[in-house]
Design a protein around this ligand. Structure first.
Ligand code: ADP
Ligand code: ADP
Length: 230
């Protein structure tokens, strides 16, 4: 189990840029799900990049189980903290290989389980070549929703202690967004999760919602607290 704490975290991309994160406090605790919500440009992806060590904070502290995150090797951090990038990559290979890259040693049963949890399995089984269907440039195009579900299945197969989902529903139509949000909440129950999104819809089940605006947390509470206040 992991606990990650951000205290007074400040990040900027260049010496003359405004702070992308300007004093952020956030606690990610075992088994709890936190949604980080806010408009485009608020700094949400910067939090994901910080957790995955694509960048480091210029101010404040980020700790993983009490130890400075920057003191860990990047590979060690990414074994513990993992998730779905905003633009998941689909490789020009089969569905099986696209999923298996999350854990090369995974068995076919484990692939089925992860794809089942992501509600992708009936679709895969409906394809004439099933798991052997090539995707990407030479094969079937995946819809945005299938792409995100493939990324979710990958994340579940990798089984990180802290799951970071960066705007998994951003590019979907409202119906696909509602369906994926419901599935995300079902499969992440009891799992330490940071769910990054730009709207509150369907987030009733998360433990905490933190609203980020221009690099600062401007509100936090449960879905009920925030919806009542609006
Ligand atoms: P969000 O995910 O909430 O849309 P981001 O974390 O992507 O917000 O961006 C926060 C701020 O940092 C924005 O002002 C954005 O323009 C800036 N920013 C993000 N990535 C970069 C980058 N690679 N170089 C320069 N500025 C960036
Ligand atoms: P990004 O989503 O990061 O902008 P691209 O759209 O450029 O990435 O796609 C990256 C790779 O994924 C390319 O090899 C492309 O052929 C493949 N790809 C993109 N969209 C799909 C899709 N809907 N189904 C299958 N492969 C795709």
């Amino acid at each position: 189990p992991v606990t990650v704490r951000l205290r007074g975290v400040r990040v900027r991309y260049g010496p003359d840029d405004p702070w992308a994160l300007d004093g952020v406090d956030l606690d990610l605790e075992p088994g709890r799900r936190v949604a980080l919500v806010g408009p485009s440009g608020a700094g949400k992806s910067t939090v994901a990049a910080l957790l995955l060590r694509f960048l480091d904070a210029q101010g404040g502290h980020v700790t993983l189980n009490g130890r400075d995150l920057a003191a860990y090797a990047t590979d060690d951090v990414r074994r513990v903290i993992g998730g779905c990038p905003q633009h998941p990559h689909v490789f020009d290979s089969t569905l099986r290989e696209n999923l298996r890259l999350a854990r090369p040693g995974a068995s076919d049963g484990e692939l089925d389980a992860a794809a089942g949890a992501a509600r992708l399995l009936p679709w895969i089984r409906s394809l004439p070549q099933g798991w052997d269907t090539p995707v990407g440039v030479h094969g079937a195009r995946l819809s945005g929703g299938e792409r995100q579900r493939l990324a979710l299945a990958r994340a579940l197969l990798a089984d990180p202690a802290l799951l970071v989902l960066d705007e998994p529903t951003a590019h979907l139509d409202p119906a696909a967004r509602a369906a994926l949000t419901a599935d995300l909440l079902r499969v992440t129950r009891g799992r330490t999760t940071l769910l990054i999104t730009h709207d509150l819809t369907g987030l009733d089940a998360v433990d905490e919602i933190a609203v980020l605006d221009r690099g600062r947390i401007v509100q936090r509470g449960t879905h009920r607290d925030l919806v009542r206040r609006d």
